[in-house]
Design a protein around this ligand. Structure first.
Ligand code: NZQ
Ligand code: ZN
Length: 392
């Protein structure tokens, strides 16, 4: 087990009607003016936005609003938010939405504390030394941004999707009412379930040994999400299923399931290029590449894939043929993805990629052939191309 530092400073307020505490929670931050940041329509349509504004009014908090964040959030909206906040004297950002809204809020919060172009952080040209405080009212269980140190932005100039991580951007609080996710379309629910699983699996596929507790947490989380995901798809208003998924979403990406291990993260890097170039839902993009990645890398440590097959997917351990068990686990995972309506190839994701586009994806993902990705098996540009081709 590796040495680690675990930091999860976000206050979680979880359960029915939790959003009614927004005003009081913001008040405790001692800020002067709040930016309420949200997406295209869901928060307005459901009445959530109105009730959040009502809660701020009741607590005597001044605020201004900015909606219109799109999935795979854009840098242009972030620039608009920074300008608005400066003009209005905003000193606290409240994200009301899913990962895209929270990530856009994080970027605005970085930008407000920085004289240069906030893209510098995402382009790895600079490190943030400050960030305005922010909080979140979560409406979609998926990205885990409400407790993570990360944010992912898309720059329309070149359609590059890039992430930036720093503890400075951790939410002060996360308000999580599972009922707020009842209105999610089935595809978003399934995409969220996939993303949650992938945040855990990216950490699970490691060469680190002696991680029994971390492995058990990860395996329990994965089984819970798979089970609850099916229930939520069957009955979107199943509170218990929505609650399990929502809490798992935060725990899958706040570092808990990676304590003492070294993560892989290749699938996330491969997906970010798909999101940047083809604007696909993040979780669906992950499902489309995972099986190909797994088949490409499993021989690096067959026993790890056997453990996954048996403890997570419930496969029978064929002791005489560990490779067979490992592959059965990969197939079972793909079956589950199919079962919840997720794609397991680029074509099923809706992308008919040409060979030239595959080359471009790998070129971009390898930062113009200057980096490798992955911890379980290091992938260079050619490996990335192969995995994309296998996923075609
Ligand atoms: O814009 P609105 O109208 O709100 O619609 C959204 C959007 O179209 C809708 N939605 C959200 N809550 C809803 C709802 N519809 C009905 N009822 C509700 N309660 O869902 C759609 C997708 O929303 P989005 O925020 O894009 O989804 P998600 O939470 O999956 O976030 C995806 C983004 O997060 C990034 C991804 O790359 C992607 O850009 N990630 C962020 C991470 C982080 N910050 O730690 C880690 C992840 O690995 C991921 O990369
Ligand atoms: Zn993710």
């Amino acid at each position: 087990m590796k040495n680690f530092s675990y930091y999860a400073p976000t206050r979680v307020v979880f359960g029915k009607d939790a959003q009614n505490q927004t005003g009081e929670l913001v008040k405790q931050q001692g800020c002067k003016k709040v930016l309420v940041h949200y997406g295209s329509q869901s928060a307005e349509k459901s009445g959530l936005l109105k009730s959040i504004c009502g809660s701020l009014d009741a607590a005597g908090i001044a605020y201004t609003t900015l909606g219109g964040v799109v999935p795979n959030p854009r840098i242009s909206k972030v620039y608009e938010g920074i300008a608005l906040c400066r003009q209005e004297g905003v000193d606290f950002i409240l994200a009301v939405g899913g990962g895209s809204v929270i990530d856009s809020a994080k970027a605005i919060a970085y930008g407000l504390a920085y004289d240069g172009d906030v893209w510098d952080f995402y382009a790895k040209k600079a490190q943030a030394s400050a960030c305005y405080p922010l909080g979140a009212v979560l409406t979609l269980s998926a990205a885990g941004s409400e407790m993570s140190d990360s944010s992912v932005l898309t720059n329309e100039d070149g359609w590059l999707k890039r992430g930036y991580s720093s503890d400075l951007s951790r939410c002060r609080f996360a308000i999580m009412n599972p009922e707020l996710t009842y209105t999610l379309p089935a595809y978003q629910t399934a995409s969220g379930v996939t993303d949650i699983m992938m945040h855990t699996m990216e950490r699970y596929f490691t060469h680190e040994k002696d991680t029994m507790l971390t492995d058990s947490l990860a395996e329990g989380l994965l089984r819970t999400v798979m089970y609850s995901g099916k229930d939520a798809l069957k009955n979107p208003m199943d509170y218990n299923a929505r609650a399990q998924i929502m809490w798992a979403g935060s725990l899958s990406h706040n570092g808990l399931t990676g304590c003492g291990t070294e993560g892989d993260w290749a699938c996330h890097q491969l997906e970010h290029e798909l999101g940047g170039m083809f604007d696909v839902a993040h979780g669906a993009g992950l499902a489309a590449v995972w099986g190909s990645w797994a088949r490409y890398v499993y021989q690096e440590d067959v026993s790890r894939f056997v453990q996954f097959a048996v403890n997570v997917m419930g496969c029978t351990n064929d002791f005489a043929h560990p490779e067979k068990t490992a592959v059965a686990g990969i197939e079972a995972m793909e079956d589950y993805f199919r079962n919840i309506g997720m794609p397991v190839s680029l074509r099923e994701l809706g992308i008919e990629a040409t060979e030239e586009q595959i080359r471009e994806l790998a070129y971009k993902c390898s930062y113009r052939d200057t980096r490798t990705i992955g911890g379980f098996k290091k992938l260079d540009r050619e490996d990335m191309e192969t995995v994309y081709l296998m996923a075609r």
